[in-house]
Design a protein around this ligand. Structure first.
Ligand SMILES: Cc1cc2nc3c(=O)[nH]c(=O)nc-3n(C[C@H](O)[C@H](O)[C@H](O)COP(=O)(O)O)c2cc1C
Length: 374
């Protein structure tokens, strides 16, 4: 029997016609993305991840995006202290679901590219073409110390990642028994079989925030995750347009995604009260300060107002903007992002599995009526 052929376009569309793709971001980590002490915060355990993935698969969520985090941040809750490794996590979930795309997130400097290429292919076969790769270069140096790996200077990380990605793509290609002689890798007699599922390669994404990170993503990936400055449609639209125009200069088409943190409750007042309870009154401020210190954001190099703004921002979800409201409000905000040209959004909840059913029952049908979901 001939193996089914799938196109890159089908992979980028995640095999459906939803204009706005919605994914869950960060569920492989304890606490997810909310830096909070509330007892119902996300466990990040395998049984909870499996339950969540099956539910998401069933209700039509488009993708799951994990965070590659090797060392927790500490604080009262040891924020993201327990994390499931993303490729094994993705493989288990792909084997347990039918239609959802599942990403693995990989730090290029920590993985041999030939081993990684085979791990990606294996996951892709398990999921029959539903595996995606989030390629990251890493920013957290004490995490790298744990591996005895010296982090390169910022821009060189992306040069290395580009060569790493070239090796992976060649291993995925039809070439056989070839050598690779680059600046970082000298590899001989590469033979890598099988190839990815369906005759195309897995969807690749990156979320570089710097100029060099963005240009790496636009040249090498299919999806680019970016923080949107705020919710003003004109500003988001301008940002998406600029990113797509830059990609065109490299002869590439790219989908632009963003990240959000959703608190959806029956009334605006309920949503705002819960949001405040979790990420202000019950925020794990000791963890927030440890995160900020790792990013070198201190009162000494930021104005008091700016520092406080960042502190509040990190508590609610390590960046990404809050979408807080009743189902109409949440649906309106998501639809606006779609109209501004964004292809999708990775969202998180304080407790993904408890909050997803309400979101799917109330928000997804509204998005369908608004024409941004099929
Ligand atoms: C959606 C998203 C997912 C990310 N996932 C990870 C991750 O899992 N691990 C990691 O070390 N960094 C992750 N990052 C950080 C980025 O890869 C990148 O290093 C960061 O945005 C800084 O950009 P720069 O490398 O261009 O300076 C993520 C960022 C975003 C917005």
């Amino acid at each position: 029997m001939l193996a089914p052929q799938i196109s890159m376009r089908e992979r980028m569309a995640m095999y459906n016609s939803n204009a706005l793709k919605i994914g869950l971001f960060g569920s492989n980590c304890s606490s997810g993305r909310a830096v909070t002490r509330v007892p119902e915060r996300w466990s990040g355990t395998w049984p909870d991840n499996l339950r969540l993935a099956r539910m998401a698969d069933e209700v039509g969520i488009d993708f799951l995006l994990p965070i590659a985090r090797w060392k927790g941040y500490g604080g009262d809750t040891d924020y993201q202290g327990a994390t499931l490794e993303t490729l094994t996590w993705a493989s288990g979930l792909l084997a347990s679901t039918n239609r959802i795309t599942v990403f693995g997130t990989v730090h290029a400097p920590l993985f041999n590219p030939i081993i990684a290429a085979k791990e990606f292919v294996t996951a892709d076969h398990i999921g029959e073409g539903r595996f995606g790769l989030n390629l990251v270069v890493g920013w957290n140096e004490d995490e790298f110390d744990m591996f005895g790996v010296q982090q390169r200077e910022h821009d060189e990380r992306y040069e290395y990642a580009e060569e790493w990605a070239d090796v992976v793509k060649l291993a995925w290609s039809d070439r056989e028994d070839f050598d690779f002689a680059g600046r970082y890798f000298k590899l001989k007699g590469i033979r890598a079989k099988p190839k990815p599922f369906g005759g195309t390669r897995p969807l690749m994404m990156n979320a570089g925030a710097s100029d060099i990170g963005r240009s790496f993503a636009l040249r090498n990936c299919d999806a680019f995750f970016t923080n949107t400055p705020n919710r003003e449609r004109a500003e988001v639209e301008a940002k998406v347009r600029a990113i797509k125009a830059e990609a065109e200069k490299y002869g590439r088409e790219i989908d632009v995604y963003t990240v959000g943190v959703v608190t959806c409750r029956p009334t605006m007042a309920d949503a705002q009260a819960y949001y405040r309870h979790c990420v202000v009154d019950q925020a794990d401020w000791s963890a927030v300060d440890l995160i900020l210190a790792k990013k070198n954001i201190t009162v000494h190099n930021h104005s008091p107002e700016d520092f406080q703004k960042r502190r509040n921002g990190y508590a609610q979800g390590m960046g990404g903007f809050p979408i807080v409201g009743d189902p109409d409000e949440v649906a309106n905000q998501l639809a606006e992002l779609s109209r501004a040209g964004l292809r999708g959004i990775g969202i998180s909840f304080v407790n993904y599995a408890d909050e997803l059913p309400y979101f799917c029952d109330e928000v997804l049908p509204r998005l369908k009526r608004m024409g941004v979901r099929a």
